[in-house]
Structure formats: C-alpha cells, structure tokens
Design a protein around this ligand. Sequence first.
Ligand SMILES: [Zn+2]
Length: 211
Amino acid sequence: MTPFHLATDFRALLKDFDLASLDEHRAVIFGIRHDFTIGYANHSWYCHAQENDGSGILLDPRPLNAYSLLDAISGPLLTFYEDLYARLFEHAGEHDHDYECSTPHQIRHYQMRLIPLPAYAETPRGLLSINSQFIPDRPVINHQPVKSPLLDDYMTDDGLLICCSNCRRFRFRRDRHRWDWIPTFLRAPPVNLSHGLCEVCLDYYYPSLSA
Ligand SMILES: [Zn+2]
C-alpha cells in the first residue's frame, strides 16, 4: 500500500474526521498549516503525485512535513492559491473550486473543497483540501489533440513552450489567443516549459486573476 503522511501536530486538527476513511478515500486529500507546509496527505495524494511526476515532490529529500505546498504550484496559479489560502485562514468558511489536472492520457476535472481545521473553526490553524474527480456535463475546453504538431509553431523566441497551468494546452506561436492540446509535448516536453493561463481558463476557472 502507498504511504500516507500525518504530522503529530496535525492529528489534533483532524480529530473530527475518521482518519482511516480519509486515508483510503479516492479523493486526493491533504492538509496544510498556516505557513502552507503539508501536515497531512492521504494515499491518493501519493498516487496522484506519482502519476503527475512533474513536481518532483516524491523525489525531494525533504520530508513532506517541511514542504510548502506553494513549491508545487507554478505560474500564475501561485498567486491564486496564495490569496485563497490566506483569505480562508483569515475569514474561515468553506470554499469550493473547480479545476483541470489532465495527463497526456486522460482529461481530468476536479472539484476542490477547502475546510478550515479544526473542523469549521473560526480561527483555523489548518486547511483540509479534498479534491474529487468528476465528469462535467459539458467540457469547457476543447481537448481535440493536434496531430503531428510542429515544434516551431509553439516555441517562443526564448525557446520555451507556454503551457496553460489549468488545462495544459500549449500556446500557438503566431496567435496568442490559440491554445492547442498536444499530449506528445506534455508527455516529454521537447524544450523548457513555462506556465501561463489561457483566456478560457482565466475567465472560467480563475476570474479573480483577470482583474
Ligand atoms: Zn487553459
């Protein structure tokens, strides 16, 4: 069985939850402290991290306990999550957010629920993030793959591929409004990746960032 992680200080914050259920839950569940370090991560977290493999979170010699979640977030979403977590630590309350986290093989949509810890405390000392995969009624993004894409059509003058942090499509070089789904680039990026947000994701998933 894959491991799960529970820091000693985090056990008290999760006292209202059935730990065995959290550990075995299909959803990716993790808990963060005020400084965004990770106090709890369930089995699915590790499975998910292994599948994605991009963040190197499993390769890092630091124990998960000392890891800031923000280290695993790149591009414009860093601001989004920093603001969101800070707001919830200040004002408590629950929060729901949808996002995409697709792999080259599978388009995946997630619904995230953030719960203040201890459960529904007015002054939270932690946050629990529950990320459940769901199938949307109607996909927002067109994930029709581009056949035989040319690297030159996507590489910037600086030799980068710009990848949307949410839908993971790539920006077309000559038309900044066009983003394409290219699983081959995602599987093994031929050049360095840089992260951005396409206009659809910005408007639909992260409108607070477009202000
Ligand atoms: Zn996008």
